[in-house]
Design a protein around this ligand. Structure first.
Ligand code: AMP
Length: 517
């Protein structure tokens, strides 16, 4: 690790974020924020011109809810965050940048100036989400060296703890582990092999719209229904009543991880109701959510070509795995107690800091202490036309769970004689119809030679890196140069907009023009 560059890893969570660094001995440690907490709520409060991030923003949920943004990570990849904040609308990546900026400022108060960081993302994030996260890091003033998957980062932290990185005596056998990562807003499951200083993902799957928030919502709805029966008014209709009820419900959910019952207070329209919820009731209310994670976990094991008995352990990561039902369910399925040895709140940031240490060592010409090998979580392809039916269909170029980095090609054909241009529409997903897949972006090739014959082969080549970022090359038969194409991404900010936001968020520019949004 270089003296001038601390190795910093950031876990940018849906509900909570954390920052870690490697200390002088190369050990990861969590950096507390200025409030003294190891995690920072990923919540923003727009207080006039000031943007407040963290605990204070959570407090504002009770009486200033219209000016509060939360769960922004769930909206990444969209053009605009769906709620107006202090009369303005913002791209979700910009809101994430504010959260990152606060994390950076607080960390700098302890470790001094730094810019280079590693940021984590759910393994199930697609290209658009990854690009938006990288953009958020840039706008926050960072140099994002890499983006790594949260379950991989957790496995790295676990591997460090177990001695797989430092090559402690006795650690020789490789292990196959399943990382079950249930955070505040996302669920990821990854099967990994670790050993010999290599962390190798075998298969990964997940749901970017499933997390602790959904468990909270069930409690909110349960209490709201009781409130309606009693007083005929719905507390969810008023943002501040909803904000308070949400906070109370999240609190009760945590209590239910430790105790068999909890109370939730709901106040709205001059009425007040206290509702008791038992753990059994809560588990009944949320059973289908748990079942969704079971389904995905089984599918991932299948995709890795493994059964439960092939696993050496099941590693629990993410704050929501504290719910007892999760551990019980995984014990039933796997036949052994899941592993809770890594801190569910800190492991991801620790793994990211360890990876940052590897990258800094590599930049400094030293050999890294471990390697990460990843797979892609979604198939990548292009929107093609079925010759027989004339209908659009997805032509996969890189199937999901392919080891990265990978270069893959596929040959397509021009449709008509003397075609002037070709539009390559890149999609991500498993659906046979390109419209049902996520639209990554497009690149158009305009400089086709004149009098090109119909059905001239066009080779589309994808270069897909470990961090999930894509480069597209297109080669046309008869023309000897392969052209690297700039992807025009859907809902992505221009470089000019990124630069303006970077200056604005860091306080170097006093205002931002509305066109930049
Ligand atoms: P993470 O994104 O990993 O920080 O996880 C945050 C999520 O974990 C939030 O939805 C929290 O409500 C949830 N969480 C944290 N502690 C507990 C607990 N003791 N019981 C249940 N859920 C928890």
């Amino acid at each position: 690790m270089s003296e001038s560059h601390p190795a910093i890893g950031i876990d940018l969570g849906t509900t909570f974020s954390a920052v870690a660094r490697l200390d002088e001995t190369g050990r990861p440690t969590t950096l507390a924020n200025v409030e003294g907490d190891k995690t920072t709520p990923s919540v923003l409060f727009f207080d006039g011109d000031e943007v407040i991030v963290g605990k204070e923003a959570v407090k504002a949920m009770g009486d200033e809810m219209p000016c509060v943004a939360d769960c922004v990570k769930r909206e990444l990849g969209q053009r605009i965050y769906p709620k107006e904040l202090a009369s303005r609308q913002y791209p979700p990546a910009v809101l994430q940048a504010w959260v990152l900026h606060k994390l950076g400022q607080d960390a700098r108060a302890q470790v001094g100036q730094f810019h280079k960081v590693v940021v984590t993302v759910p393994a199930y994030f697609d290209e658009a989400h990854r690009k938006a996260t990288q953009d958020a890091g840039y706008m926050a003033g960072f140099d994002v060296m890499d983006i790594i998957n949260e379950p991989t980062a957790a496995a790295v932290a676990f591997g460090y703890q177990q001695g797989y990185i430092t090559a402690k005596e006795g650690v020789t056998q490789s292990q196959t582990i399943l990382v079950y990562d249930l955070g505040g807003g996302t669920f990821d499951v990854t099967v990994m092999e670790i050993g010999d200083r290599e962390f190798r993902a075998l298969a990964t799957d997940g749901d970017v719209h499933l997390g602790g928030q959904d468990w909270d919502r069930r409690l909110v709805d349960f209490v709201a229904e009781e409130f309606i029966t009693r007083f005929g008014a719905d507390p969810r209709q008023h943002p501040n009543s909803l904000g308070r009820l949400w906070r109370e419900s999240e609190d009760a959910k945590r209590t239910l991880s430790a105790r068999s019952k909890a109370n939730i207070l709901c106040e709205h329209g001059g009425h007040s109701l206290r509702v008791e919820v038992t753990r059994g009731q809560f588990e009944e209310l949320t059973r289908d959510l748990l079942d969704r994670t079971v389904f995905t976990t089984r599918e991932t094991l299948n995709a890795a070509g493994l059964g439960w008995s092939d696993l050496d352990r099941v590693l629990l990561v993410g704050g929501s795995t504290r719910m007892p039902a999760i551990g019980e369910m995984l014990k039933d399925l796997s036949g052994s107690e899941p592993d809770r040895t890594v801190s569910p709140d800190e492991a991801v940031a620790h793994g990211a800091a360890l990876h940052a240490g590897v990258l800094l060592a590599r930049h400094a010409g030293r050999s890294p202490s471990f390697k990460i090998a990843n797979v892609n979580s979604h198939s990548l392809g292009v929107a093609a036309t079925d010759r027989k039916t004339g209908r659009p269909r997805t032509a996969t170029v890189i199937p999901r769970n392919t080891r990265l980095p990978v270069t893959a090609k596929r040959v397509f054909h021009t449709q008509k004689e003397n075609q002037k241009s070709i539009l390559v529409q890149i999609v991500e997903g498993e659906n046979a119809s390109p419209d049902a897949c996520s639209q990554v972006g497009r690149c158009s090739i305009r400089s086709l030679p004149p009098e090109l014959a119909a059905r001239t082969p066009v080779e589309v080549c994808f270069r897909y890196l470990e961090n999930g970022r894509l480069t597209v090359y297109v080669a046309i038969e008869g023309i000897d140069k392969r052209v690297k194409h700039e992807l025009l991404r859907e809902n992505s900010l221009s470089q000019e907009a990124l630069d303006s936001w970077r200056k604005y968020i860091s306080g170097l520019s006093p205002m931002i023009t509305s066109e930049i949004q």
